[in-house]
Design a protein around this ligand. Structure first.
Ligand code: SF4
Ligand code: SF4
Length: 173
């Protein structure tokens, strides 16, 4: 789907639907790929000619996705790839998908251009509310540019408890 500028979004709140862990391929950087291979084996990834991808189960879902009482929980909480951490947002230093005025986000004395994948079911459409503009979005930008690792506002509110990863049956944390 074509990304839309952040100013069209009232707020965002992950509803743990798991759609993004089923319908998309997660692209890994080399460091992320190495970490996964060391911890879970090369079969947890899909190396292709042009990209390194996160592995999938036979049903097409991410091999680290856990289902729990109707919700979906990531089993890679402390090793989550950057692409997963900032989904559904996309942060650029130029207006890559147009609508520059609506995508512009001035933060930390810099101009960022932030877009959102409209397929995410956790989006609420409308005029951005204060919490979204001043807490959620800045945290996504900080994570995207590497200034922050831990996520408070930019992740699901469901409380993660140590669980067993279904992929290889080993404890994740
Ligand atoms: S980020 Fe969006 S698509 Fe992914 S699980 Fe949360 S609500 Fe669903
Ligand atoms: S690593 Fe976690 S967030 Fe990323 S696709 Fe897999 S289950 Fe979803």
């Amino acid at each position: 789907m074509i990304p839309v500028p952040w100013r069209k979004i009232k707020s965002w709140d992950c509803v743990e639907c798991g759609m993004c862990c089923k319908d998309y391929h997660v692209v890994l950087n080399f460091g992320e790929w190495m970490n996964l291979v060391r911890n879970y084996g090369v079969e947890s990834t899909i190396p292709t000619v042009s990209k390194l991808l996160l592995g999938k189960k036979r049903d097409g879902t991410c091999c680290f996705l856990n289902q729990l009482r109707g919700t979906h929980i990531c089993g890679l909480q402390y090793m989550k790839p950057l692409a997963c951490k900032i989904w559904p947002f996309k942060v650029f230093d130029s207006p890559k998908f147009g609508s520059s005025a609506e995508a512009l986000f001035r933060y930390r004395d810099r101009d960022f251009f932030v877009y959102v994948d409209p397929a995410c079911t956790g989006l609420h459409w409308g005029r951005p509310v204060s919490e979204f503009k001043h807490k959620i979005l800045p945290e996504f930008v900080d994570v995207a540019v590497g200034l922050r690792k831990n996520q408070l506002y930019s992740t699901s509110k469901i409380q993660f408890r140590p669980s067993r990863n279904p992929f290889r049956g080993r404890t994740v944390i």
